[in-house]
Design a protein around this ligand. Structure first.
Ligand SMILES: [Fe+2]
Length: 164
């Protein structure tokens, strides 16, 4: 049995988030394409470009023994939230990294009987159990666009989700 999520300590999270935000705006079309953000689709882009432009993110991943394999930006510009679902295998464990406007937006997890087993605002990066049913709720005070990076690794960080 794995935890639904675990908050991770990242001392430079605010600076790294700001650098990712600048990268997404300056080096990709994801933020300028206004058709993106009506729902929570994954917008994949080059992990190599990301770590070249935001080396502090790669340094933090290295510090916890992870090498980035794939990365996608989830962008939302509406209050619809994201319905309960499980991600497609083989992704069980990933890291979701806050980029901008994650305050008053809530990640939720449920067990197989529909009981809520986790609820958190993403202020810090999260080790994220994507094999457990999960979704997102937007609170009344959230600000758009909300942007989060879904980060997948050469070796899935299942160890971060072990029950202590
Ligand atoms: Fe998901």
């Amino acid at each position: 049995m794995l935890l639904p999520y675990k908050e991770l300590d990242c001392p430079d999270v605010d600076k790294i988030s700001a650098d990712i935000w600048k990268f997404l705006n300056d080096q990709t079309d994801i933020m300028s394409d206004r058709s993106i953000g009506k729902n929570f689709t994954w917008n994949f882009f080059s992990p190599k470009d990301l770590i070249t432009n935001v080396p502090s993110l790669d340094a933090w991943f290295s510090s916890i023994g992870l090498r980035l394999r794939d990365v996608a930006a989830t962008v939302t510009r509406t209050n619809k939230g994201l319905e309960a679902h499980k991600d497609e295998p083989p992704v069980l464990a990933k890291i979701n990294f806050p980029v901008i406007n994650t305050k008053d937006t809530w990640n939720l997890w449920w067990d197989d009987d529909g009981n809520e087993v986790g609820r958190i605002q993403m202020i810090k990066p999260l080790a994220f159990n994507a094999s457990m049913t999960h979704g997102v709720e937007m609170g009344p005070n959230c600000v758009y666009p909300r942007v989060v990076l879904s980060c997948m690794f050469m070796k899935q960080p299942l160890h971060l989700l072990q029950v202590p």
